[in-house]
Design a protein around this ligand. Structure first.
Ligand code: NAD
Length: 359
């Protein structure tokens, strides 16, 4: 039976970058005889326009039936004034929650060809290859109670709840340990256990799990130190595991080490390895419609999908090598071009990756 891939292009640059990624996916589907069947769906702003809701029932049903989901990006100023519960981001958060995509994998990998594009000195980042594993469906972003209330003296107070259950910590921990086993064998758990009880429990459980993975070297770091170390000496890390909010912030900082957010893929996995794959960046309304967005993060998300949800490492590697070859040839979209380099368009970059697949 054909394996089903749900493609959700999304908003603004979403459809532009997705068009290139789909061409690459179709090419490897043929070449490696993967037996994938692709279908398209609506999510975010385009779904609000067409269906009045950011996560239509049809999309949710197709997502549940799919073996993997490929997403462009959602949101943008067009929907800034819609009610909070109908915002495009709600569609994405809803999908993550409904499918229990609790494990967010964000690699920060610096292609040596792009070392000059990083904001850090080339020698600090050349060859950088780290993986941030972020818990995605719990923690302070979802904890209840939450809200803004008025106190007796008339002053308003905002409040959120930072909460993690043992089972939530365990499942993200297991995922991170297994990923560390497949990589360099080192796992750094990031917390704030000197201040926050939630992360005292987090650290305790990571220690406990560590005994089940004697081949993985476990260390712990406070989040403030981790932020500092990421910009001071990022190559010291292999895999980092952390909660939702710390991971949100650290993974964006790690993204910038690589020069452009337009290069970075991501995966969000459930307990069985099914997942949603998307670039780390958003819908980039400022450059939409100009044909200049970098499609490589989305193309590399296809590679991650092939590796982590479809168990097709050879096809994944073929895509990653094609991307590397294209960078070797000197092709750059505007976001990764350095002074004096001529930038290519989204479509030209996509076509070059397709051609490099044949090389
Ligand atoms: P953004 O990532 O869309 O853009 C940040 C900057 O990076 C912009 O200058 C943009 O032009 C540039 N950029 C992003 N992707 C690029 C690419 N592929 N090629 C070249 N340049 C690229 O973040 P933002 O501006 O804060 O958010 C814009 C919209 O995207 C918002 O509505 C936000 O809510 C949404 N968003 C969606 C997701 C998602 O769908 N997962 C993630 C983040 C933000």
């Amino acid at each position: 039976m054909a394996r089903r891939i749900l493609v959700l292009p999304g908003d603004y640059i979403g459809p532009e970058i997705m068009a290139e990624a789909v061409k690459v996916l179709e090419a490897v589907n043929d070449r490696f005889d993967l037996g994938l069947s692709l279908e398209q769906g609506l999510l975010g702003g385009d779904a609000i326009d067409a269906e009045g809701t950011p996560l239509p029932e049809a999309t949710l049903a197709a997502a549940r039936a799919a073996d993997a989901i490929l997403l462009g990006a959602v949101g943008g100023p067009k929907w800034d004034s819609v009610e909070r519960h109908l915002r495009p981001e709600r569609g994405l958060l809803g999908l993550r929650k409904e499918l229990e995509l609790f494990g967010n994998l964000r690699p920060a990998l610096l292609y040596p060809q792009l070392a000059e594009a990083s904001s850090l000195k080339a020698e600090l980042v050349a060859g950088l290859d780290i993986l941030i594993v972020r818990e995605l469906t719990g923690g302070i972003y979802f904890g209840e109670p939450r809200g803004i209330r008025t106190l007796e003296n008339g002053e308003r107070e905002g409040f959120n709840t930072y909460v993690y259950r043992e089972s939530e910590i365990r499942r993200i921990g297991h995922l991170a340990f297994r990923l560390a086993q497949q990589r360099g064998g080192r796992l750094c758990s990031v917390d704030k256990s000197n201040v926050l009880e939630v992360t005292v429990l987090w650290r305790e459980i990571m220690e406990e799990l560590g005994k089940e993975y004697p081949d993985v070297e476990l260390s712990h770091m406070y989040v403030d130190n981790a932020a500092m170390q990421l910009v001071r000496a990022p190559k010291q890390f292999d895999v980092l595991v952390t909660g939702n909010m710390f991971g949100d912030i650290l993974s964006d900082a790690a993204a910038m080490l690589t020069g452009s957010i337009g290069m970075l893929p991501s995966a969000s996995l459930d307990k069985d390895g099914r997942g949603m794959y998307e670039p780390c960046h958003g819908s980039a309304p400022d450059i939409a419609g100009q044909g200049i967005a970098n499609p490589l993060a989305t193309i590399l998300s296809v590679a991650m999908m092939l590796r982590y949800s479809l168990a097709e490492p050879a096809a994944a590697e073929a895509i990653e090598q094609a991307v590397s070859r294209v960078l070797d040839q000197g092709l750059r979209t505007a976001d990764i071009a350095t002074a004096g380099q001529l930038a290519v368009s989204t479509a030209e970059m996509g076509a070059a990756v397709l051609a490099a697949l044949d090389a």
